[in-house]
Write a protein of this length. Structure first.
Length: 320
């Protein structure tokens, strides 16, 4: 197995953490869980400002404990929108201290967790989401965010539990199915992972990440011809996607078709000359062919594009 697993992992989180954007729906789900609260005010703000403003405006409108709680919350939102994350974190914390038992703090803790995740404070984000879940134990958006934070600190078993809980509430949740399938694949529980991928693809037959995930599962499960067939079909549909050529090259390496793999890597680099994973895989192929000089050049290029030098120390030593 040459293809670095982190490539698919990173793609998952690009799709589901950074680009999750159905914020009005998320706000309504959380508020529905913490009480029978009128939601008429939500629509007036949600489309223009997104989760933070619409959620905290409702908190301000409905909160009966004074203006300062609202003001601090709104200042936190304003700072977040300006990417002043430390200030946003501080304002949210101040608001929470003013009224620590307010049921709407589920929203503030959730927002605090999102700010912390953006600051790469993933362990602190887990704590904030956990506090939010004390107020709203089955809030799907918060469970999904906590699961992603767990994944970022390597606590995949805890993330798995959150994804399972989401699926208990929402059996067709795309993100939870996708990420649980990924975790199953990492555990080598290929039967369970395949079941989740296949269920997801019945819901969304063209889901790019699920299709690529199932191909990766087939590759790890030794079903190389099936994996090759699947990735070739995806390339036919997406001929300018460098990631797919890298994935096929990795499968071709497992099939001992290294010359074909090098052709695919050349095409990947023609499409994206900064694809560090392509240089890494090419270096591994050259090293297996005893072409140490070419392997070293490829590894050096991969490092210059962001691959950790410490991760390649052993491979570079073999190039001497």
């Amino acid at each position: 197995m040459f293809f670095p697993a982190f490539l698919l992992y990173r793609f998952y989180f690009y799709i589901f953490v950074i680009k999750r954007c159905d914020m009005p729906k998320i706000a309504k789900q959380i508020l529905d869980l913490i009480g029978n609260i009128p939601l008429m005010e939500l629509s007036a703000y949600s489309l223009k400002y997104g989760l933070f403003f619409c959620v905290l405006t409702i908190v301000g409108i409905l909160n009966a404990n004074g203006q300062s709680y609202y003001d601090l919350s709104e200042k936190g939102v304003s700072c977040f929108e300006k990417d002043s994350l430390e200030q946003a974190e501080n304002y949210f914390r101040q608001a929470l201290k003013l009224d620590p038992t307010n049921a709407h703090n589920a929203l503030l803790f959730s927002n605090l967790g999102m700010v912390q995740q953006k600051m790469n404070k993933h362990a602190e984000a887990v704590e904030s989401y956990s506090y939010a879940l004390n107020f709203a134990p089955i809030a799907v958006p918060i469970l999904l965010n906590r699961a992603s934070a767990y994944m970022n600190i390597g606590q995949n078993d805890n993330a798995y539990l959150d994804y399972c809980q989401v699926l208990d509430v929402d059996k067709d949740n795309i993100e939870a199915l996708l990420m649980r399938a990924y975790i199953y694949t990492q555990r080598k529980d290929f039967k369970a992972g395949r079941a989740d991928y296949e269920k997801l693809l019945k819901i969304e037959p063209t889901n790019y990440t699920a299709r690529l995930g199932l191909i990766t599962l087939n590759q790890k499960d030794g079903k190389l011809n099936e994996a090759l067939e699947g990735i070739t079909m995806m390339i036919t549909e997406n001929p300018k996607d460098a990631t797919l050529y890298i994935a096929r090259a990795d499968i071709e390496c497992d099939l001992d078709k290294k010359d074909m793999a090098l052709i695919d890597l050349d095409e990947a680099l023609r499409l994206n000359d900064s694809a560090s994973e392509a240089y890494l895989l090419r270096g591994q192929i050259f090293l297996s062919q005893k072409k140490k000089y070419l392997a070293k050049l490829s590894f050096d290029k991969a490092i210059s594009l962001g691959i950790s030098a410490s991760d390649l120390q052993d491979l570079i030593k073999e190039c001497k």
